[in-house]
Design a protein around this ligand. Structure first.
Ligand code: GUN
Ligand code: FE
Length: 445
């Protein structure tokens, strides 16, 4: 089989120099980038040439906090604060999933993510039927960390819970079945939901269990909402991150979503333990949770990457929406120079890769990395006039949407072409989603 040769208008590498190449082609063999050189260095007849001369090549986005199981509930949990949102809507909905409703929710989520240029994700899973999420991730060919969401106590919605032993055994078994599957493209992310739904035994034994699965991560929510943090304080006598630290949960394989309400000691702890923060600005705005101090985290050298969270608290899953909000949300507080476009773009790509310890594989367009990338049409009347690198980053972070995504590759395989999924029939997805959600609503109690 001939190697592929992608010829774009520009290559936005996100390498250490933030190089942007023009008149360059990218050679792909067996899903890996093998050369990035001036077009004239290649003998075109030796390749399967993919001509994208009007489009800009960027790395696929890496989103580090997603709930695929919630996509079906988009628009049915609006205008509530976190604990009400969970109690009145999300926990009853998730509790009512059967395999069919979960499957379509995951398909809708994957379809939306890929269409918006996300090629790698960290998913929080759900309590039951976790195998469906893995099956759909594998079918789609996305790069993913996922794991069974663990809940062994639930004061908000008591039926959405299983015993501690069930949770531990289920996670262990799923990890054994799925960690490092598909040549390592699928990895396990242990997913205790948050302090309010997890016993200390569950949290500690989960951390212990991870030793059997090198390369896995621990993924949970922390310090998202003031009422949540107060309840954690009442239960544990500690702040959220201090509690995690006290039970040995924090290290460089821990990904904490949100991290809004923190004291100085907690910021120090995140830094010292090299914890990865997944910043979810749209979710934080919509649930009225607050604004994470991302400029401070970056200054401290703490890892920050981006996540859309779930569709019902956003309601988009697009990395473009997250980038725009990640930039804008800080400016009224820290001034307009905070969070420039390139910094934000790096959070959505290379920093996401680093958070998942995939920085040797994805996050930038460099020789030796996986061919996970996106082609954008930025020559549009609603975009900045394309003159230089400034225009590209400005487009990507402040103006572009998933409408500008023309093609998406994972492992050198085409997933979106001419802005359309090559995996799913979107009309069927929508119709199936409607049927399944109607059925699910009948099961909610
Ligand atoms: N905390 C616990 N569960 C959730 C969830 O599903 N979404 C968000 N945003 N926060 C949570
Ligand atoms: Fe979440």
């Amino acid at each position: 089989m001939k190697a592929k040769l992608i010829i774009p208008k520009q290559v936005v590498t996100v390498n250490n120099n933030n190089d942007v190449f023009v008149n360059h082609a990218v050679e792909i063999s067996n899903g890996v980038i093998t050369k990035i050189e001036p077009v004239q260095n290649f003998v075109l007849s030796e390749y399967e040439v993919l001509n994208y001369q009007n489009y800009v090549l960027i790395p696929g986005f890496v989103q580090t906090h997603i709930h695929l199981c919630q996509t079906l509930f988009r628009g049915f949990a609006d205008d509530l604060e976190l604990l009400d949102w969970l109690q009145k809507r999300i926990f009853p909905f998730e509790n009512s999933h059967n395999k069919n409703s979960l499957r379509i929710s995951v398909q809708l989520g994957i379809n939306d993510l890929l269409a918006g240029g996300t090629t790698t994700l960290l998913d929080m899973g759900t309590l039951r039927h976790q195998e469906v999420i893995f099956e759909e991730l594998i079918y789609s060919g996305m790069r993913a960390f996922a794991g069974n969401c663990m809940i062994d106590q639930n004061n908000l919605f008591s039926t959405f819970s299983e015993t501690t032993d069930w949770n531990l055994k289920a996670s262990y078994d799923w990890a054994k079945s799925f960690h490092n599957l598909c040549s390592g493209k699928i990895k396990y992310g242990f997913a205790p939901r948050f302090v309010l739904s997890c016993s200390e035994k569950l949290l500690k034994e989960t951390k212990e269990m991870m030793k059997d699965f090198p390369g896995s991560v621990l993924h949970t929510h922390s310090s998202e909402n003031k009422n949540e943090v107060e309840t954690v304080r009442d239960l544990t006598g500690k702040e959220n991150v201090e509690y995690f630290d006290s039970i040995g949960l924090l290290d460089d394989h821990t990904v904490l979503a949100h991290c809004i309400h923190l004291n100085e000691n907690e910021i120090k702890s995140l830094k010292n333990n090299k914890v990865k923060i997944s910043h979810c600005p749209s979710s934080n705005l919509k649930l009225g949770s607050g604004v994470a101090n991302v400029p401070r985290f970056i200054k401290e050298g703490i890892s920050v990457s981006l996540g859309a969270d779930g569709a019902p608290c956003n309601n988009s899953l697009s990395a473009f929406t997250e980038m725009r909000h990640a930039g804008l949300i800080q400016k009224p507080i820290y001034g307009p120079t905070a969070m420039d476009a390139l910094t934000v773009f790096r959070l959505a790509t290379m920093e996401g890769a680093k958070a998942l310890h995939l920085e040797k594989e994805v996050g930038s367009i460099e020789v030796g990395k996986k061919a996970d990338f996106v082609l954008l049409d930025l020559d549009k009347a609603d975009q900045p006039i394309q003159m230089n690198e400034q225009s590209i980053y400005s487009s990507i972070v402040y103006s572009a949407t998933k409408e500008n995504v023309k093609a998406v590759f994972v492992d050198g395989e085409l997933k979106v072409e001419s802005g359309k999924s090559v995996i799913y029939d979107e009309q069927k997805l929508t119709a199936n989603g409607k049927n399944q959600f109607e059925e699910l609503l009948k099961r909610v109690n």
